[in-house]
Design a protein around this ligand. Structure first.
Ligand code: CMC
Length: 428
């Protein structure tokens, strides 16, 4: 017999179905709650609310498990590549060699921007934040690309997905080049994804930039680890926008904006700024930790804490080792890595962080890697966006393909003024 939960309210009993996911996660299905009881549920911040059923990513926050389409993140981070992980997320399975080649060809063919789009870069002020440029340009892509792409057939969708992945990388590098006043570097057709991005970022007309294999590997790993994280703030935004029927580019552009905030993707930038402040102002680590514990200080320990992970974030563990390996291979000594380790040790030994189960998250060590690669701090959240694009595309597709999809439209409990009379200005 199917399992049910009993809700008792106003002296009445209601039976609600209990549903179970493939990894044993359980939920009470309340989709008929309002029609049968007249009530809604209230869950500010959605900490207890499943917004959808999804077959893309599985997280067990207690055990520190993260899997894309069932494949453990540890295998993907160390043995796969960003584009292979992207294909897995977007199309549902690891590509065979033929699919791999075909998708790589699509990426190559779609990596350049429409010539007229280049004019847009001149319209932004020199100090415009690269996230503002990225979201605006991704939104603009639909004007240049969508008319030709029949997104509803599977070939058209493959091309749209490839175009978005390839052009997001081109836009990101072009926004950096515009910002520093250098000519935009064209994508090269012979380079893999990560190497091509580094070429567009750091090549200049008189010298090609060639990354070491260790740098290319570290960037690939960074991108794989950011590729999806189920119903986080930006992905939920993409799904919300997509549920209204918005196109792929408009939906992903909304995701970029949602990612920007310091509690979400902006945290990687905030971590490095925090470590730099501790270093330049000579703040003892213990004093900084005390400030982060004091709510009235307005200070948080950036790169610490996660809504889902309560014991460790597997991505943070992989990135910590990767940061050490990269710095060693490049023979760099970054004082911020030492400070980061001191902060981590001090926080993990402190009752405040232990009781609240706050651990380093993906953003804590990622900035050290990006700095070593030469990525400027204000581009860090853009790097997160490039990494998260496959996840956003996969979730857009899941919404788009669901014939039973309803528009996302939560309800609320109104706590404002009761019925109030309108008064003419002179009587107010
Ligand atoms: N430093 C100090 N105190 C913290 C921190 C922190 N980083 N994170 C949570 N707390 C405290 C918080 O003050 C609260 O304390 P109390 O119970 O006394 O009121 C308790 O821990 C629970 O925090 P919360 O804000 O209710 O937890 P949340 O699940 O709503 O927020 C979070 C999760 C990630 C937004 C939060 O931990 C945070 O702001 N961390 C710092 C920013 C950060 O690193 N963000 C990146 C997240 S991972 C990548 C991503 O999603 O983009």
């Amino acid at each position: 017999m199917a399992e049910t939960a009993i809700l008792q309210v106003d002296g009445q009993s209601y039976e609600l179905p209990v549903i179970t996911g493939t990894e044993g996660e359980r939920a009470i299905d309340i989709s008929s709650l309002r029609s049968t009881t007249g009530m809604i549920t209230l869950d500010d911040g959605y900490g207890n609310t499943g917004s959808c059923e999804s077959a893309i990513t599985f997280i067990d926050g207690e055990k520190g498990i993260l899997r894309y389409r069932g494949v453990p993140i540890e295998d993907l981070a160390t043995r796969s590549s960003f584009i292979e992980a992207a294909e897995l997320l977007i199309f549902g399975e690891l590509p065979d060699p033929e699919e791999r080649d075909e998708f790589r060809q699509l990426l190559t063919e779609n990596s350049a921007l429409h010539r007229d789009m280049r004019k847009h870069f001149d319209g932004f002020p020199a100090d415009a934040h690269p996230m503002a440029i990225l979201s605006a340009m991704i939104n603009a892509l639909q004007a240049y690309d969508l008319p030709e792409i029949h997104i509803t057939d599977s070939g058209g969708f493959r091309r749209a997905a490839a175009a978005l992945l390839a052009k997001t990388r081109t836009i990101a590098a072009a926004s950096y080049k515009s910002h520093i006043g250098q000519p935009i570097a064209y994508p090269r057709y012979d380079l893999p994804y990560a190497e091509n991005f580094l070429h567009m970022m750091f090549s200049v007309p008189y010298r090609d930039y060639v990354p070491s294999p260790e740098v290319a590997h570290a960037l690939n790993m960074f991108l794989v680890l950011h590729a999806d994280h189920e119903q986080n703030c930006s992905t939920s935004t993409v799904r919300m926008v997509a549920s209204g029927g918005a196109n792929l580019f408009a939906s992903v552009s909304a995701g970029v904006n949602a990612l920007w905030g310091p509690k979400h993707g902006g945290a990687n930038m905030a971590v490095v700024e925090m470590l730099q402040r501790i270093q330049s102002d000579g703040i003892p680590v213990s004093r900084y930790i005390d400030q982060a514990k004091d709510r009235s200080s307005g200070v948080r320990l950036m790169g610490f804490g996660h809504r889902i992970y309560r014991n460790f974030d597997p991505r943070a563990q992989i990135l910590k080792t990767a940061a050490h390996d990269l710095l060693e291979s490049m023979q760099i000594k970054d004082p911020l890595l030492d400070i980061a380790q001191q902060v981590e040790e001090a926080a993990l030994a402190d009752d405040y962080f232990r009781e609240r189960r706050l651990y380093p998250n993906v953003d804590f060590y990622s900035g050290i890697i990006l700095r070593a690669i030469g990525i400027p701090t204000d581009m860090f959240t853009v790097m997160f966006s490039i990494g998260r694009t496959p996840g956003w595309i996969a979730h857009w597709k899941e919404v788009h393909d669901n014939e039973a999809q309803r528009i996302h439209r939560p309800r609320q409990i109104y706590v404002g003024e009761p019925l109030t009379q309108w008064l003419p200005p002179a009587e107010r």
